[in-house]
Ligand binder design. Structure first.
Ligand SMILES: *Cc1c(COP(=O)(O)O)cnc(C)c1O
Length: 465
């Protein structure tokens, strides 16, 4: 292709004003910022210029075609950035899918909190109050701690606890507890980022009280105990209990902080999830501060809770970084409603979706499967073979890595001409999108986390063939 030919084809692209004046864009242009619309048109034109320069066989799109493209693009700008999805991955608290689904009460609380509320306003006294008071009374009642505060997430909670108690000082932690939780959270990094110096003790598999004692002799100023949420050392292993660390901390007048990660408020071993420490136990063991997430096993909104002894919580609240890391009213409202569910253990499994998912029997999951099977089979016709198979679900979010819960999953085996990734993509295009898990050349749709079978059925039934 000669330069002249190329220029000619580029010149044949419609001009911005032609596209703007197109009837397809007329209604849109009345409702959208003019400069944004022009920028949108220019972006499409730039895209086509690039295509024409690189592909000698392409012909320039007409003004009609371009107007249509721009209109579809602009309509997408208005679509909500967050879309509900149906989680059939087999991971109950999936970090990429927003972890714990909120309870009806928590959702109602979010909505109530949306307007003007008494967030930092004491209605009795008619003067300024403390936003932590929205949840502090429930947190102390449920955990047995003297005081509590809440921040953006558990990473922030740990950061704030360490920064408050040991900025520029040495934090003693076992080498076996220097874990990475998800791609961007590494224990050594958070300790350093909070201004502390890391003092590692023991070995990967064994750490003894004498190791901690020696570290204190050598200048350690805070004892940190981390729950290794997402991995386990098995075999020739030993660790020092929180109670022993507290005893040592008291002897040496050094504060003890426990990062629990999940922070279960009820014993989840009854659901087949062992070794998850209870917040109440860490408080009872005497830790000065205990940190945990609000959106893991607690089942609430993303938040990080710090509970502990009053003088320490007071210092945390006075740290200027508390202001930078604090929660907004929506989160505090939803967390409050989530915590209130724990006041009635008999109805916890009904009221909190996290516990509904954890507590389901296989018989209940099978009932769900029977409901979903016919529309799924219709949807899969010509694309995949559908079988209902036993499967194992996991808690996720770094909780209980080696525990799996019995479940059932539809295994979709692609028919000739299809593939598992195509099936996965087609399910993601449903409304709402359905997210499964690729496995062994097929796609698994695990049912333990299915909270609303009607929505799945309608998504499958309304799909174009
Ligand atoms: C998950 C986890 C964190 C991080 O909590 P986020 O709420 O994700 O910030 C920190 N420590 C432990 C032990 C965890 O399990």
């Amino acid at each position: 292709m000669t330069n002249a030919e190329s220029l000619q084809r580029l010149a044949a692209l419609p001009a911005v004003y032609e596209i703007l004046a197109h009837p397809r864009l007329e209604v849109l242009s009345a409702n959208i910022d003019h400069d944004l619309l022009v920028a949108g048109i220019q972006a499409r034109l730039a895209f086509h210029r690039e295509v024409l320069r690189n592909g000698p066989h392409h012909s320039p799109p007409s003004a009609d075609e371009l107007a249509q493209e721009v209109a579809l693009e602009v309509e997408k700008w208005h679509a909500p950035g967050l879309e509900p999805v149906i989680n059939l991955t087999g991971t109950l608290l999936h970090t990429n899918l927003g972890r714990a689904p909120l309870s009806a009460a928590a959702i109602a609380a979010l909505v109530r909190a949306a307007g003007s509320v008494n967030l930092e306003y004491d209605l009795d006294a008619g003067k300024r109050g403390d936003r932590d008071s929205v949840v502090e009374a429930l947190l102390t009642r449920l955990t047995g701690a003297e005081a509590a505060t809440v921040v953006n997430n558990n990473a922030a909670a740990l950061y704030l606890a360490l920064n408050t108690l040991a900025n520029k000082r040495r934090v003693v932690v076992s080498r076996g507890e220097l874990v990475e939780i998800g791609a961007s959270f590494r224990m050594p990094d958070i300790i350093r980022a909070s201004g502390c110096r890391l003092m590692e003790v023991g070995t990967t598999n064994r750490t003894h009280l004498a190791d901690y004692r020696q570290a204190l002799d050598e200048g350690g100023q805070l004892l940190l105990k981390v729950h290794t949420s997402n991995y386990r050392v098995v075999g020739f292993a030993s660790e020092v209990s929180l109670a022993e660390l507290v005893k040592l901390g008291r002897e040496r007048n050094v504060p003890v902080v426990a990062d629990l990660g999940s922070g279960a408020l009820v014993d989840v071993s009854r659901y087949g999830v062992p070794d998850e420490p209870l917040v109440q136990d860490a408080v009872r063991a005497g830790a000065d501060l205990v940190t945990f997430s609000g959106d893991k096993l607690l089942g609430g909104p993303q938040s990080g809770v710090i509970v502990g002894r009053s003088p320490f919580i007071k210092r945390v609240k006075r740290n200027p970084m508390k202001r930078a890391l604090r929660c907004d009213k929506l989160v505090l409202g939803a967390l409050d409603a989530t915590l209130a569910a724990y006041l009635s253990p008999q109805t916890l499994e009904q009221n909190l979706p996290t516990y509904r998912m954890l507590s389901r029997s296989l018989a209940e999951i099978e009932t769900l499967a029977r409901q979903v099977q016919p529309p799924l089979e219709r949807w899969a016709q010509g694309r995949a073979k559908v079988e209902l198979l036993p499967s194992r679900a996991q808690v996720g979010s770094g909780a209980a890595p080696d525990a799996t819960l019995p479940s059932l999953a539809f295994a979709l085996t692609p028919l000739k001409g299809s593939s598992a990734t195509q099936l996965a993509r087609a399910l993601r295009q449903l409304s709402p999108p359905v997210i499964g898990r690729l496995h062994d050349g097929g796609l698994l749709l695990d049912l333990r986390a299915l909270l609303d079978p009607e929505r799945l059925i309608s998504a499958l039934s309304e799909a174009p063939p």
